[in-house]
Design a protein around this ligand. Sequence first.
Ligand code: WQD
Length: 337
Amino acid sequence: MKVLVTGGLGYIGSHVTTLLLERNHEVIILDDLSNTSLSVLNSIENITQKKPFYEQINLCDAAAVKALFDRHNDVAGVIHFAAHKAVAESVAQPLKYYHNNIEGLLNLLDLLVPKKIPLLFSSSCTVYGNADELPITEHHPVKAAASPYGATKQMGEQIITDCCNAQAGFHAILLRYFNPIGAHTSAQIGEAPQGVPQNLIPYLVEAAAGKRPALQIFGTDYPTPDGSCIRDYIHVMDLADAHIVCLAHLLEKKQTSPTEIYNVGSGKGHSVLEVVTAFEKATGISVPTKIVGRRKGDVLQAYADTTKINTQLGWKTKYSLEEALRSAWAWEQRRNN
Ligand code: WQD
């Protein structure tokens, strides 16, 4: 089947594209290269020995998006990753996030809804805010967003749900990711943040490689067993597999409602300090750390109840936290060589 992957050269998008190609889908990658590079396309081709279509398009260019669908009028499904995703940057530059993430989605929906092309939307556990109950199920209330980035995910979910309710035959799945980490088993693709990494694992591996000063631990005075925040870290390869399962569910029209929501995580919570220890044990590499104050906007704990995706779609994780951390280190080493 022909599948359009927006943001297909990004961190998660490139891992999903690789799996789609390996499962003999025809893939069109749309990416504006604002947070990645064309070298990722070569890596995908090296891994899969297949060449996806690639078009450098920003979804805010409505005419370009329409022209793409005119050229490819047999797209069976769309996986939508293309969005800015840096929480702190979104606070400083909200309009950059609302224009890119919302306008881009609206331009895409203008084409998908009337054509009833199913959509798989990249959402985030950030929509839950500071969870009232753990593990977090899909029934947990969506809370006021803590950042414009989080608000664009919540608005995106609402916009898509309204379109599914309005247009019979237009279906979508909203995937709420927890914390994706790690890299492809080949170490040819992985997370390559531009500038100083904002997320834990990309900074941790660069500190371990001596490329950055010590990893700052943002607070060890939280009400958790060791005082540091708890998250659900999921191997990006497991997360990519969940997209393949969800896409099949959409394409085979097995949905029970126009919009379905699934949490995608490991289902396990680990603290920042536990992750540092696990990395050192898994790789034998020590990580220089420095305990500092809390980071504004951090939630205390977030880890998924994955019963719904396990039981309804038969998906479950295959990789451990240690395997994810080892893959992140292997990717960092390859980047440095
Ligand atoms: C994890 C933990 C930090 C960096 C965000 C977005 C989420 C998704 C993933 C896009 C926290 C601590 C971090 C560091 C640290 N993004 N930390 N030192 O904030 O859970 O989620 O990124 O989809 O939507 O909200 O991820 O990796 O930034 O932080 O101590 O240098 O690591 O305080 O407890 P987060 P993170």
